[in-house]
Each structure stands twice: as C-alpha cells, then as structure tokens.
Write a protein that binds this ligand. Structure first.
Ligand code: TXA
Ligand code: MG
Length: 373
C-alpha cells in the first residue's frame, strides 16, 4: 500500500515532509519531486532499503544511484578529498541539476548504491520540498528517477503512480517538476577539465564558464555516424555498429547510459536533417504506416507542427526556447502510450544548450533508430 501525500494542498506540505522523512529514516522507499524529475529515495547507507529500490524499478544491479544531499556539510563523510574544480562546480551549480562523480569514502554508502565502483555520484537538488525532506531525514538519500526501469522518467506524481503504485512506501506529490530532463552527470577529467557522462539540466556551455575544458563521453553516441540509419533501414545493423563504436571508445563511463531507456511503448524513430526534408520523410512514413493499419504519432515543435496528419501530433515545446521542450518531453512520450500509438517519428532539435540533453534522450527513446535525411 503506497501512501500519497498531496504537498500542495493546504497544510499538506509540513505533514508530507515530516511523515515522508520518518518513513525514509525507518528504511522505507519514498518518491519525491526534484527540479529535474521525481526521484525514488532511500537512506543511502541502508542496503536493504536500497535493494528495495532496485526491485521496485526492475533496475539492473550494475547501474549505480545518485546520492542527494541538502547541505555541503554532508560531503566530507561521503567522499575523499576532491580537487579545486569540483568545489568550484559545487559553488556555481548547487543547488541545481549537476551531479558530480567523486571518489567515495569507503563504507560511507551501501555498496549497492555505487554498484561496487570506487566513486559516488552526488547532487544537491534545487527544489525546496526535496531539500527539506532530505534535511529532515537527516541523512544522504540515494535516489534514481522514480519510473519503472526503461520507461520515461516521471515529471509528475501521476507518472510515478502509474509505474510504481503498490510497489513503494510513499509518494510526495509536489506538482510537476521544472527542468523535465535529469541532471547533468560529470566527472573530473583532469585539472580544469570535466567530462559529461550524461547531458542534462546544466548545459555544456554553462560548464565551460567554470571549467577550462568540457569533454563529452564518446560513448554517448551523439553525432556518431555509426548510429545513423538510411531511410527505411532497420536498426539491427546500426546496433551492431554502435556496439563496435562503443568497444572502440570503451564502455560508457556512466553505466546507466548503455541501457535502452526513456522509451515509449511504440517504436520510435528520430529524424534529423533540413526541416523540409524531415517533414517530407515523416509525411510519407506516416502515410505508409497508416496504410498498414498502424496508429501513428509525430513529436514536434510549435514552429513545425502544422500540416502533419497522424493519429497523435504532440508539440513538446518551442524550438526558440528548448527549455519548454525539455520540460514536456517525458510527458509527451507517455502521452503517445496513453493514446495507443504504435509508431512515432520525432523531429530532432539543435544540439546547443539544453538541446544536447533533449537530443540524447530522444536518441535513447528511439533506441538509436536515427534517420538522417
Ligand atoms: O536528475 C536526476 O539526476 C534524477 C533526480 C531524481 O535526481 N536522478 C536520476 O537518477 O536521473 P538515475 O538513477 O535515473 O540516473 C543516474 C545516472 C545513471 O546514468 C548512472 O549510471 C549514473 O548516474 N551514475 C551513478 N553513479 C555513478 C558513478 N559512480 N559513476 C558514473 N556514473 C554514475
Ligand atoms: Mg533514470
């Protein structure tokens, strides 16, 4: 039985914080909002509680969790001494959607949290309810996104309820999240240098203002010609090439990035190219699929939505303000499911700013079926 607190209702907030914090202290697993997506939290030192997170989500055991803190005073107990760049990044971006991978202090968190690595991923969310809850629990909270493994991350309490109701102890409903895609995960690559392991709410451009060099983990696969399909080509060939590319570059340094992820139930293709060519390709693909009797969907932007004739044409936001598209991306993917869509075509967006994270999630939702037209 899952307890649901409506924190936005009058008087709901303080009660939610007090009761959910007690549940976390008692070894429970509780979903709560952050500025990015909803997280599913547990006491990071409590192996039994952390194991329940993996079980509830159906998450592979080799995928480590992010540990959430409310106060930099919690850091020294968690990590070994870190360099000057890490401190500057914390100062600049915390609280906020940046996760830092740092050397873990042995024994500080459950080995299930780090999946046996000698590093731990840490972040301080920019969300008052989350910070209050973590502070009230009085301990670092391990929390992956509060979705079933492989499903789009939850940006509203209703998404958490759809995926996990009955499988977790509680859900704090604090309304929709703001950023809409997960935090940016980085490691320190050298003096002055950071490597992005997962693009997210803090952009590469923003990181570059604090670091001398910003590297992208090549295993992200973004922009790799090896994951590009010819129009109409099936993805199996691309998978093999993608695997070969990964072998060449080494496995992704963020274990979670190797899993097919964020996916709607329908088969999705990401279409990249000149706007008019993209439209022509999608129009024809939709028509063909409809002739085969499939329910079709198009994921697009305000500026591009006119003229599509699919069963579901979903506008996730504006190309001029990609933040709006990031905010609604996961909700849009879930909407295709709710409308029973079998085949989805998503228009690519530019790779700048939050667009890098958006494109990364779209590519993953499409299981790397990327068509360049
Ligand atoms: O915005 C977010 O980061 C959300 C909210 C809830 O905070 N959390 C989130 O957690 O997205 P999750 O578990 O869905 O993703 C964590 C990512 C995974 O890709 C995982 O592999 C990576 O962080 N990660 C965790 N620990 C790591 C480590 N020690 N080294 C490298 N990558 C790590
Ligand atoms: Mg996740």
């Amino acid at each position: 039985n899952t307890k649901i607190w409506r924190a936005l209702e009058p008087g709901g907030r303080e009660r939610a914080i007090a009761e959910a914090a007690r549940m976390l202290r008692d070894g429970g697993i509780v979903a709560f909002p952050t500025e990015t997506v909803y997280g599913l939290g547990a006491d990071a030192a409590d192996t039994a509680a952390v194991e329940r997170i993996f079980a509830a989500k159906g998450r592979p055991a080799d995928n480590p969790l992010i540990v959430h803190i409310a106060d930099t005073g919690q850091l020294d107990a968690l990590v070994l001494p870190y360099g000057e760049l890490a401190s500057r990044l914390m100062e600049r971006f915390w609280p906020g959607p940046l996760t830092l991978v740092l050397p873990v202090r042995p024994g500080a968190v459950s080995p299930r949290v780090t999946a046996g690595l000698d590093t731990v991923a840490l972040r301080m969310p920019h969300h008052d309810l989350a910070l209050r809850l973590i502070a009230e629990a009085g301990r670092p909270i391990a929390a992956p996104s509060a979705n079933s493994s492989g499903r789009p991350s939850p940006t509203e309490a209703a998404h958490v309820i759809d995926d996990l109701n009955g499988r977790i102890d509680g859900i704090v409903d604090g309304g929709p999240t703001g950023v809409g895609v997960e935090s940016t995960v980085v490691e320190i690559a050298g003096p002055g240098s950071v490597r992005i392991l997962r693009p997210g709410g803090v952009t590469a451009e923003q990181l570059r203002e604090t670091a001398d060099e910003v590297l992208l983990d090549p295993a992200l696969g973004l922009g790799l010609p090896s994951v590009s399909l010819q129009p109409g080509e099936e993805p199996s060939a691309s998978w093999r090439e993608n695997e070969a590319a990964e072998a060449a570059h080494g496995a992704p340094r963020s274990p979670g990035m190797k899993y097919a992820h964020y996916a709607p139930r329908g088969v999705m293709e990401l279409v990249q190219g000149e706007p008019s060519a993209v439209r022509a390709y999608i129009l024809e693909a939709v028509e063909e699929a409809r002739r085969r009797g499939e329910r079709t969907g198009v994921l697009t932007y305000e500026e591009r939505a006119a003229g599509y004739d699919a069963d579901a044409v979903i506008v996730c936001g504006s190309l001029a303000r990609l933040e709006t598209a990031a905010r609604r991306l996961y909700g849009s993917l879930r909407e295709f499911d709710a409308r029973g869509i079998d085949r989805i075509w998503a228009e690519a967006c530019p790779q700048t700013g939050i667009g890098l994270a958006l494109l990364n999630r779209l590519a993953k939702a499409a299981a790397h079926r990327i068509v360049r037209v």
